[in-house]
Design a binder for this molecule. Structure first.
Ligand SMILES: [Zn+2]
Length: 215
């Protein structure tokens, strides 16, 4: 990706942050976003650590390499979760990864943590997820336990992505009591996945309350 394309992606990520903050999915400096800018070698444009996602500026992004460190001596510190983004860019072939901390995602990730997954069936909105063409489907979103040990977690996610003995992870997973990771072939697709899943989480949680059903 040339400099002009990187600048355009930064602007789109700034808009994404503003939008997600406004919707209550990226509050209090939480969340992180990335776009792959090169494959050989791997280069990832990612949000820096600790900034308000509703007011991002171009100086609050950094390009990192395979090791998660800035490729230039910029002094900019990438998000603490950059290793997860790199694992998804490698093992999940993601072109963009978005991470949110919504209320419904956090509640559901906790409510379903003991199962290790959340299943959603029968909704038209499921067709917003890549590869799904009908509402007559069940999508399973896996739930990982929360941790502050990012190198270990990234390693587990990468192994899970490459595990031939289990069904594919799809385009998203939850972290218990924490939030959602979703990815896509590019930023447009990753955004669509976040929007659809956040909608579906709210529907699932409200439905269980409305009809007094287990999720
Ligand atoms: Zn997080």
């Amino acid at each position: 990706m040339d400099t002009q394309a990187v600048t355009a992606e930064i602007q789109r990520l700034i808009e994404t942050g503003r939008d997600f903050h406004h919707r209550g999915w990226s509050l209090a400096t939480s969340s992180n976003y990335s776009v792959v800018t090169g494959r050989d070698p791997l280069r990832l444009l990612v949000t820096c650590s600790g900034f308000d996602k509703g007011r991002l500026t171009p100086e609050q992004f950094v390009i990192v390499g395979e090791d998660g460190k800035s490729v230039r001596d910029s002094g900019r510190k990438p998000s603490a979760e950059v290793l997860l983004h790199l694992a998804l860019a490698r093992g999940g072939a993601a072109g963009s990864v978005l991470h949110t901390h919504s209320i419904w995602g956090t509640l559901l990730s906790e409510a379903c943590a003991a199962h290790g997954y959340l299943e959603i069936s029968g909704y038209e909105m499921l067709k917003a997820l890549a590869g799904i063409a009908t509402h007559e489907v069940t999508v399973r979103v896996e739930i990982f336990p929360n941790t502050q040990d990012m190198p270990d977690f990234a390693c587990r996610v990468e192994k899970r992505l490459c595990d031939p003995g289990r069904p594919p992870l799809g385009c998203a997973f939850l972290i218990a009591g924490h939030g959602l990771y979703a990815w896509g072939k590019d930023l447009t697709e990753a955004r669509r996945h976040i929007e659809a899943l956040e909608f579906l989480f709210e529907v699932a949680a409200r439905k269980s309350r409305l009809f007094q059903q287990a999720i």
